[in-house]
Write a new protein. Structure first.
Ligand SMILES: Cc1ncc(COP(=O)(O)O)c(C=O)c1O
Length: 476
């Protein structure tokens, strides 16, 4: 079936790839029976990528307006990252760091991440995905509270609309019901609280912050403060719709957490490494976490790697734990994988040396202001929002009061499909009618303008398909 290329993977034709794929792969977040039966459009087969663009098998180019899954922060084809991975693969492709073993990329990367995080963070633990890192966080909270003599403090509060991963624990933490259905989730120790969304929040940010604060405190008191161990949240809502917090939200939440000795796990899987215009989202919103989760932009997706930053409180408990339990009994074969660590070190150097945080701020500001100018006030456009190079256009039904379009219309998904026809990849967020934007941080002003134009064409075509009653959000 395949012609074996001399020095590479088997060469296949486009048709081969599609039929092999439909017959053999179980795809994440896909209607699997429709896909297996061939009742879906052909898969989008990406063969090549360079700069901010990816190319399909026919050679057509697309601006990747979502950095794959908001991870390719440094852009594609970064020679420095590729060379670092290559050199590491030649020198020593893999060794573990269990029980006293280590290697240079792991030590250097841990040191670099602590420098970036500032003096509050004391140690770094590595995994391979955002999910396993958040799973580690829950284990750390449990372990630390056992050592601290608070063995009942085990419940974790997450936010509705939060996304934290796909394992049993992290899918439970996730506050989007679509990720629970059919899996017997949510786990018994997880609770969800209100997430702040100024757009739907009634127009008064101070009142919204108070509601979030009250809801969190009510939950802690209802559950019993001696049973609540941790609170996990993204600095700004990510998969739940790219929603920045209103002013005052984080100080208010941190006040409640401190009052009841609840550890703050800050999930910076999306917001880390320049995405919101600073190396860490915590700097943008003045957040002082006990634990931080990093992945995605840590290597810009060039290799699977995640990191848990451990703050002083938990580090003290871990040290005390040695006297109680002996060795720290947690880790993975691929903890601190050398290829991932080498990729991350080079990636961070690329982000720093090319001032990609500053580029995210300036090009991001102009992208979202152009989108506002172009879209706001037009039919069904609810809000355009963004911080750095992460944001969204949210669509709603026409008229008052504010309400969603009928979900069956899948309006945002339709725009995403039509945008691809225009040579632009964006993402339909798994909540409401929200088109997400998170292009690589190397984006130029000209590329930002092209994103606006292409999205506009897709929006106009999708809008033209709707009847007046559909626009008003009336059921079909
Ligand atoms: C905020 C956040 N946390 C955790 C995860 C899970 O990361 P992974 O898919 O690498 O397991 C994601 C993935 O999108 C995420 O957006």
């Amino acid at each position: 079936m395949h012609a074996q290329a001399a020095n590479g993977p088997p060469a296949t034709t486009g048709d081969d790839v599609e039929s092999l794929d439909r017959q053999s792969l179980l795809h994440p977040f896909t209607r699997v029976s429709d896909y297996a039966a061939g009742d879906t459009p052909p898969p989008f087969v990406v063969t090549r990528a360079e700069g901010v663009s990816v190319f399909d098998q026919a050679g057509k180019g697309y601006i990747d307006g979502f950095s794959a899954l908001y991870c390719v922060n440094a852009g594609y084809g970064q020679r420095r990252i590729i060379d670092a991975m290559h050199a590491q693969a030649e020198a020593m492709p893999y060794f573990h760091i269990f029980a006293g073993a280590t290697h240079e990329p792991a030590a250097r990367l841990a040191d670099k991440l602590l420098q970036l995080a500032g003096p509050d963070m004391k140690r770094v633990f590595f995994g391979t995905s955002g999910s396993d890192a958040n799973e580690t966080q829950v284990k750390l909270v449990w372990y630390a509270n056992n050592v601290r003599g608070k063995p009942n403090k085990k419940k974790i509060i997450a936010r509705r609309r939060g996304y934290h991963g796909g394992t049993i624990v992290t899918a439970s933490l996730t506050g989007l019901p679509i990720y629970h259905q059919g899996f017997d989730l949510v786990s018994s120790f997880v609770r969800h609280t209100l997430a702040p969304d100024s757009f739907w929040g009634g127009g008064d940010d101070a009142a919204l912050v108070q509601r979030c604060m009250d809801d969190l405190e009510r939950l802690i008191l209802e559950e019993g403060p001696d049973t609540v161990g941790g609170f996990i949240a993204e600095p700004m809502i990510g998969a739940g719709g790219a929603v920045p917090p209103p002013p005052g939200y984080w100080p208010a939440i941190q006040e409640v957490l401190a009052r009841y000795d609840v550890l703050l796990i800050l999930d910076e899987v999306v917001t880390g490494f320049g995405r919101v215009g600073e190396m860490m989202g915590s700097t943008v919103w003045g957040i002082k976490p006990d634990l931080v989760t990093l992945a995605k932009g840590l290597t810009s997706g060039y290799a699977p790697l995640s990191a848990v930053l451990v703050g002083d409180k938990v580090w003290q408990a871990l040290q005390a734990g040695t006297q109680v339990h002996g060795m720290f009994g947690h880790g993975f074969t691929y903890t601190a994988h050398p290829l991932g660590a080498a990729a991350a070190l080079a990636n961070i150097a690329v982000i720093e040396d090319n001032q990609l945080c500053a580029n995210a701020r300036t090009v991001g500001a102009s992208l979202f202001s152009s989108l506002k100018q172009r879209f706001e006030g037009r039919p069904l456009v609810g809000q355009v929002r963004g911080v750095g190079l992460f944001g969204a256009v949210e669509f709603v039904a026409e008229g008052e009061p504010l309400r969603h379009l009928s979900p069956e219309l899948k309006f945002a998904a339709r725009i995403t499909t039509l945008a691809r026809g225009q040579g632009l990849l964006v993402r339909t967020m798994p909540y409401g009618d929200i088109v997400g934007l998170a292009p690589p941080l190397i984006l130029t002003h000209a590329e930002a303008d092209a994103i606006v134009d292409r999205l506009d064409c897709a929006y106009q075509a999708a809008l033209a398909e709707l009847t007046p009653s559909q626009r008003r959000g009336e059921p079909a």
